[in-house]
Design a protein around this ligand. Structure first.
Ligand SMILES: Cc1cc2nc3c(=O)[nH]c(=O)nc-3n(C[C@H](O)[C@H](O)[C@H](O)COP(=O)(O)OP(=O)(O)OC[C@H]3O[C@@H](n4cnc5c(N)ncnc54)[C@H](O)[C@@H]3O)c2cc1C
Length: 331
């Protein structure tokens, strides 16, 4: 987002991306005939930047499936609710939310995005910042760190140049969803809908605490997804544990998924620093110190955690990018 705005203003930009794909926590994986999200899933009508992006790019979207009854699970067993009190109306991207990042990257001049090129250091050098990544070193008049602050501090050597108070803030800022696993269970059809269930559940027993219908438009690919927040240091749940919980909630047809994928975001080094599951100072989100550039006005923060509007969501990432660019362009 930031790179596109800067290029539109005539600036020269390079995007150094550590992974072999764009999107970061927008991560859509193929299941059957479509892609489903192992990272962010939903957007909401009151999120102007996401809605504008979807509309300007003509991205195909659909409404989250809501119809049916929710389930509730405690140590005493499972209970069917009357209606679906768990899901709120939200939008979904037909081919997964990674599409949004792919469309933004597709707008950039050829060669702008360099994949598999992690940044190792950012240090002041005369009237610029020297950035060293796997492909070498370059100097830039401005650098936007669109990486969760705690992850940036873990992976990038700032050569002691950051004010200690800013470094401390960044280290303490939780990575949104960085301590979670997201589970997707793919089925041949959304069988739960046939018995009037919404595919949503709350559970006090786990391993998944919250479950939703993950199916694509018209119910295909058919899937359920759940969030797991393991205790610090505990392993991700096994497929057998996941299937047993789905059978308890949705019946014997849940016993034969086509595939179960457990995406452990704690293990993604380009998302979560070690110990990310123990960071909990959410009041650091959108801190005033992230709103101002550091290092003589040259270093700008732009991950969702730094946003003042809807930090944590895709919307926050887009608004943080706009704020960083406005500083660079002097608006
Ligand atoms: C399981 C899960 C569910 C979620 N559900 C929702 C949802 O339903 N709706 C919603 O709005 N949001 C949701 N979110 C949050 C949403 O995904 C994030 O708000 C958004 O993707 C953050 O974007 P970002 O650009 O700030 O950070 P990221 O997406 O984390 O991007 C950071 C990028 O920096 C790269 N990087 C890291 N280190 C380096 C380095 N040293 N050098 C170069 N590159 C580096 C990473 O590879 C990555 O591409 C969810 C997140 C998760 C994990």
């Amino acid at each position: 987002m930031a790179a596109g705005l800067l290029q539109a203003a005539g600036r020269s930009v390079v995007v150094l991306e550590a992974r072999d794909r764009v999107g970061g926590r927008l991560f859509s994986r193929r299941f059957g005939d479509g892609r489903l999200d192992l990272g962010a899933t939903w957007f909401w009508a009151n999120e102007p930047n996401v809605v504008a992006l979807v509309q300007s790019e003509g991205v195909a979207v659909f409404a989250q499936h809501l119809a049916g009854d929710a389930m509730f699970q405690t140590d005493d067993g499972v209970q069917r609710m009357n209606g679906n009190q768990i899901d709120a109306p939200s939008g979904r991207v037909v081919d997964g939310t990674q599409t949004l990042a792919e469309r933004l990257a597709g707008r950039l001049a050829e060669g702008t995005v360099r994949l598999e090129d992690p940044v190792h250091s950012i240090v002041p050098a005369d009237a610029s910042l020297a950035v060293t990544s796997s492909s070498g070193s370059r100097e830039a008049s401005h650098v936007i760190v669109a990486v969760p602050p705690a992850t940036a501090i873990e992976l990038i050597d700032f050569g002691g140049s950051l004010p200690p108070i800013l470094e401390g803030l960044a280290k303490a800022t939780p990575v949104w969803m960085g301590g979670y696993c997201k589970v997707v269970a793919h089925f041949d059809r959304p069988f739960w809908r046939e018995s009037g269930l919404a595919g949503s559940a709350f559970s006090y027993t786990g391993p998944m605490r919250e479950i939703h219908d993950m199916s694509g438009p018209e119910g295909q690919p058919a899937a359920l997804f759940g969030f797991v927040q393991p205790h610090p240091g505990q392993p991700a749940p096994t497929n057998d544990e996941i299937v047993a919980q789905l059978v308890a909630l949705f019946g014997p047809e849940a016993e034969t998924p086509l595939e179960v994928v457990v995406q452990d975001w704690r293990a993604e080094r380009y998302t979560s620093p070690p110990g990310a599951d123990q960071l909990n100072l959410y009041q650091t989100y959108g801190d005033p110190r992230y709103q101002e550039p550091a290092l003589d006005g040259r270093l700008h923060w732009a991950s969702t955690e730094t946003a003042t509007d809807v930090p944590g969501h895709i919307e926050g990432a887009l608004s943080a990018a706009t704020r960083a660019v406005n500083h660079i362009l002097g608006f």
